[in-house]
Design a protein around this ligand. Structure first.
Ligand code: KG4
Ligand code: ZN
Length: 331
């Protein structure tokens, strides 16, 4: 990797308590040319050195997708190089294969738990473009659940990191919150009941709302419930994965990769690591800066596709909805 530049729009969206699509699209337009210039400068390169251009083309908010992929197509057209329309989920899925990230590398197949603000899924990653979904959320995404819980506890947006900091001072055993779908068959998730239980617990704290200590206990209880559910769902997925891919018995051969913003959470990581170890899986989660959204993962997914000769036409239309498991046949 020669350069990485991330612009977070937290300050633009924070006053609204979440991402405002129109603000996001305008901010993309305002900042993108300067960011690309900064990345090229950091790499000591110019437009003439670009061999291909990858951009996120879905799934997500259409405004940002249009701005980003139009810019990328413009550069590809002007330079006469390939354009790669990258699926954002695939970028999270392939990050672990970024050279130098994991000493042992990450050969296919491996198991992926993707837990971000917009997505929650477990999938077998069997090759570039080859994903088999094992489970996903029936309601809120994991990061969304953290953000809503944080809001209930009076924390700012984005809520995940703030809730994790608050939980560090709390006692997770004080409030036993429900663990939706724990022990149930399959690998699906559900977070809305947990959110409701937290709202009720906050309501029980009386007129003035929870004290600082009560908030910390509630945050810890919420985080513990999410971590327990994730470990349980991942355990079911590990069993399915082992059935699908028998014979990977060498020590360390089976790999569980956790990706997306929520994979930055230390309690979640610990719970996953313990469950994985019990089932003979190694757990790998990219460093937090590569778990949350970044352009490096999109560039890497582009390189993986480029190597397989899977470019995209310049009239590729961005896709607000673009399920991971449709990739091999799409494009
Ligand atoms: O992957 P990501 O950066 O963006 C999306 O693709 O959505 O994930 C952002 C989500 C937010 O909901 C944020 O609250 C959550 O990840 N998040 C965390 C932590 N860091 C980010 N949740 C729990 N603990 C964290 N440390
Ligand atoms: Zn993401």
């Amino acid at each position: 990797m020669r350069a990485a530049v991330v612009l977070s729009q937290f300050t633009e969206h924070a006053p609204h308590g979440g991402v405002v699509p129109e603000i996001a699209a305008r901010a993309h337009l305002a900042h993108l040319p300067r960011l690309v210039g900064a990345a090229l400068a950091e790499a000591g390169a110019g437009f003439a050195d670009i061999g291909a251009v990858a951009a996120t083309a879905g799934p997500g908010l259409i405004g940002g997708l249009i701005v980003g992929s139009s810019y990328a197509k413009g550069v590809a057209l002007a330079r006469g190089v390939p354009f790669l329309a990258v699926n954002h989920l695939e970028a999270h899925a392939l990050t672990v294969r970024l050279p130098g990230l994991r000493a042992e590398g990450a050969a296919f197949p491996y198991l992926l738990l993707l837990v971000s603000g917009g997505h929650t899924l477990l999938a077998a990653v069997e090759g570039v473009g080859r994903y088999v979904r094992l489970g996903s959320t029936l309601d809120d995404a994991a990061g969304e659940a953290f953000d809503k819980a944080a809001k209930l506890l009076g924390l700012g947006w984005p809520g995940g990191p703030a809730l994790e900091r608050l939980a560090a001072a709390g006692d997770a055993r004080r409030h036993r919150l429900p663990r939706p779908l724990l022990g149930r068959k399959g690998c699906d998730f559900s977070f809305s009941g947990l959110k409701t239980a937290l709202a009720l617990a906050v309501g029980r704290c009386g007129e003035g709302g929870p004290t600082a200590a009560e908030s910390a206990d509630l945050a810890a209880g919420f985080q513990a419930a999410v971590a327990a559910v994730m470990a349980d769902r991942a355990a079911h997925a590990m069993a399915l994965f082992a059935e699908r891919h028998p014979g990977m018995d060498a020590p360390g051969a089976r790999l569980l990769v956790a990706a997306g913003g929520v994979a930055a959470n230390a309690t979640v990581r610990d719970a996953l690591a313990q469950t994985a170890a019990r089932r003979g899986f190694a757990l790998f989660a990219p460093p937090p800066a590569l778990c949350t959204d970044n352009a490096v993962m999109v560039a890497w997914a582009g390189i993986e596709r480029l190597r397989e000769g899977r470019f995209d036409p310049l009239d590729f239309a961005p896709r607000p909805r673009w399920p991971l498991e449709t990739l091999e046949t799409a494009g």
